[in-house]
Design a protein around this ligand. Structure first.
Ligand code: SAM
Length: 263
């Protein structure tokens, strides 16, 4: 059927592409890609020959109107990013909104995603979770974001509502890069305390896939001891704040908020 197909591609292991994704990619009129060279490699690996067009952060808005015109005329267009699920920390959402507004059908073709892959094997709560994309690159902004997160956790479910669902504290997920991870972990230790439980997933689905699970201080110590840090990573923070003595600032905020709620 005509429409916009959001096709997930592998995040490392090339076997992580679905039969449906391959069938859809083979049958569309063209593929809008974050990076045409990257997608060319994927297509040639699977023996597919489909016209591609670039679609990335810098031309997303301009290119979208061009693609919408084709979609309205009945084209089948796929959108893929360099890795994983389009529109998740990747281009796609502008086109999706414009397609919806233009009355064009939008089809998700699910598959690999780094955040969910990391989460399910992290050992942290999967009942409730929140994905925040990349943490800010600059230390000041990153700390502010982490502080705001800690405050929101300390305040807990302010208004749990009448529904019976009580999933407990959510796990918080971030994408990180090898050159920023030590700084990010230092900030997590500073803001949440050294004993805060975290998990770090590195090189998911690849040969050197690795999970570091433990306290923020432990994971930081393990990584800092390495001569070099490589690979893509997902950083996951437990949603439960620690009330230990060494973490008295957290205790103060939690107590303050509890006091506010009670009074
Ligand atoms: N759209 C992708 C998805 O569905 O996961 C995410 C794209 S985002 C631009 C790239 C970031 O995703 C990386 O910096 C890293 O944080 C995370 N990531 C992607 N592949 C990964 C992998 N194999 N292992 C761990 N993290 C990965």
């Amino acid at each position: 059927a005509p429409g916009l197909y959001l096709v997930a591609t592998p995040i490392g292991n090339l076997e992580d592409i679905t039969l449906r994704a391959l069938r859809v990619l083979a049958s569309v009129d063209r593929i809008a890609c974050e990076d045409t060279r990257q997608t060319a490699k994927l297509l040639s690996h699977f023996g597919l020959r489909v016209p591609t067009v670039s679609y990335h952060d810098h031309n997303e808005t301009g290119r979208a109107s061009e693609l919408i015109t084709a979609l309205k005329a009945g084209a089948r267009i796929a959108i893929v990013s360099d890795a994983g699920t389009p529109a998740i920390a990747d281009p796609g959402s502008v086109l999706v909104r414009e397609a919806i507004a233009a009355g064009v059908a939008v089809y998700p073709i699910p598959g690999a995603n780094a955040a969910l892959s990391g989460l399910i094997a992290s050992g942290l709560s999967t009942e409730s979770f929140a994905f925040h994309g990349f943490l800010p690159a600059k230390e000041g902004a990153r700390k502010t974001v982490l502080e705001a997160l800690r405050l929101s956790l300390a305040s807990g479910p302010l208004n749990p509502g009448p529904w019976a669902l009580n999933p407990g504290p959510a796990t918080h997920l971030f994408y990180e890069t090898p050159h920023r991870i030590l700084g990010a972990l230092e900030d997590v230790v500073a803001v949440f305390g050294p004993q805060h439980r975290i998990a770090l997933a590195r090189e998911l689905t690849k040969l050197h896939e690795e999970f570091l699970r433990g306290t923020a201080a432990e994971v930081l110590a393990t990584l800092s001891a390495r001569p070099s840090i490589r690979g893509e990573m997902v950083l996951m923070l437990d949603g439960t704040l620690r009330h230990s003595d060494e973490d008295s600032s957290v205790k103060t905020i939690a107590d303050e908020v509890t006091h506010l709620i009670r009074t």
